[in-house]
Design a protein around this ligand. Structure first.
Ligand SMILES: CSCCC(=O)C(=O)COP(=O)(O)O
Ligand SMILES: [Zn+2]
Length: 216
């Protein structure tokens, strides 16, 4: 894939973001969280652009050519490549929060099962877990961390509207699940975003275990 950059974006900046995305994706794939080409990843480049994974690539085997530039309307910039089918969910985060610089979306088994199990409630309420403190802004296990579960759809504007409605109601949002699909989370840099993702994977696993044990 050939990527031409606007004069305002240094190649070194784009390449550093592409490498960070590819390295993180390889780690997440090794954990089994990105099966069968699923999942997508991005990093903000500047106020108007982000680097994002090309659609359909295996996320465990990404190189620089598998990451492309988009504007925050989701259009490809300087390339014929096709950005992630879920680009609108990434650009929504960058447009709403200028301080957010990385978005990770994965499809682990735990995330997928939890999304189905809690879809009826529309939300998973995490309470009493020390690891909630891995989420920026949470300082005690006594807090309640709400992870909404939105119905899945192939029509991205519908998903964007559901997320906008949650936020417009003034509710905090650090991550969400999509029913039968996976999780989205974000942060001010890749390390914070990866920490959020790892914590949420762990916490969702704990909730699933508790449900099983209580039912037995
Ligand atoms: C084969 S997984 C279905 C699409 C999906 O949910 C996903 O995360 C990957 O889509 P992309 O276009 O970003 O490769
Ligand atoms: Zn997906």
């Amino acid at each position: 894939m050939s990527q031409t950059l606007p004069a305002t974006i240094p190649a070194s900046l784009f390449e550093a973001c592409a490498d960070s995305i590819a390295d993180t994706a390889r780690e997440l794939s090794a954990l089994g969280w990105t099966p069968a080409t699923s999942s997508n990843f991005s990093m903000r480049i500047d106020a108007e652009h982000a680097a994002i994974t090309v659609s359909g690539r295996h996320k465990g085997r990404l190189g620089r050519d598998d990451i492309m530039l988009i504007d925050l309307d989701g259009h490809a910039v300087g390339t014929e490549a096709r950005p992630s089918a879920e680009t609108a969910l990434h650009t929504q985060i960058y447009r709403r929060w200028p301080e957010m610089r990385a978005v990770l979306h994965t499809h682990s088994r735990t995330q997928s099962v939890a999304s189905r199990l809690f879809a009826g409630d529309g939300v998973i309420r995490l309470q009493g877990w020390e690891l909630q403190k891995a989420i920026t802004g949470y300082h005690t296990h006594e807090s309640t961390l709400e992870i909404p579960v939105f119905p899945n759809t192939q029509h991205m504007p519908e998903l964007v509207a559901q997320i906008d409605a949650w936020l417009d109601a003034g509710k905090p949002l650090h991550a969400y699940l999509i029913d039968g699909h996976g999780i989205y989370t974000w942060g001010r840099d890749m390390a914070e975003t990866q920490r959020h993702l790892e914590a949420l994977e762990f916490l969702l696993g704990c909730e699933l275990d508790l449900k099983k044990l209580r039912a037995s």
